[in-house]
Design a protein around this ligand. Structure first.
Ligand SMILES: [Fe+2]
Ligand SMILES: [Fe+2]
Length: 133
């Protein structure tokens, strides 16, 4: 059973960005499933690497759309993105140091961050991205 499922409440009104967000849900659910089977530690590094790559790809796409549509809060939004990038980088360092209970920390961070960021911060750009340029 998935930990969190994407539904329309998460939609930002843009197909490409919704698809990116769905990918994050998929990554989280993959980690959660593995943890339930006791295999969380085994896939943690590949999950973190995938996340590290996808998060940058998504943020770049989102930030360029915010720029095109002259979204006024782009700089504070970008700061939230940069913090998330740093956090994922720190998880990779923690993994290399063999820190305890890392999978659960990663899972908690991701599910909270994703729900708060998409539902609160990302959704604030909806009216701007749906405006004619
Ligand atoms: Fe965002
Ligand atoms: Fe986003």
């Amino acid at each position: 059973m998935p930990l969190i499922e994407w539904d329309n409440a998460f939609s930002v009104g843009n197909q490409q960005l919704d698809d990116h967000h769905k990918k994050f849900f998929h990554i989280i659910n993959t980690l959660h499933d593995a943890m339930r089977k006791g295999e969380g530690e085994e896939i943690l590094l590949s999950v973190l690497k995938e996340l590290q790559q996808y998060i940058q790809y998504h943020f770049k796409a989102e930030e360029s759309l915010m720029k095109i549509y002259a979204y006024p809060n782009i700089s504070s939004h970008k700061e939230e993105h940069d913090d998330a990038v740093q956090k994922v980088n720190k998880f990779i360092v923690a993994y290399e140091r063999h820190e305890d209970k890392l999978a659960i920390d990663v899972l908690n961070f991701l599910s909270n961050w994703l729900q708060n960021h998409i539902l609160r911060i990302d959704r604030e750009y909806i009216p701007y991205l749906n405006k004619k340029v």
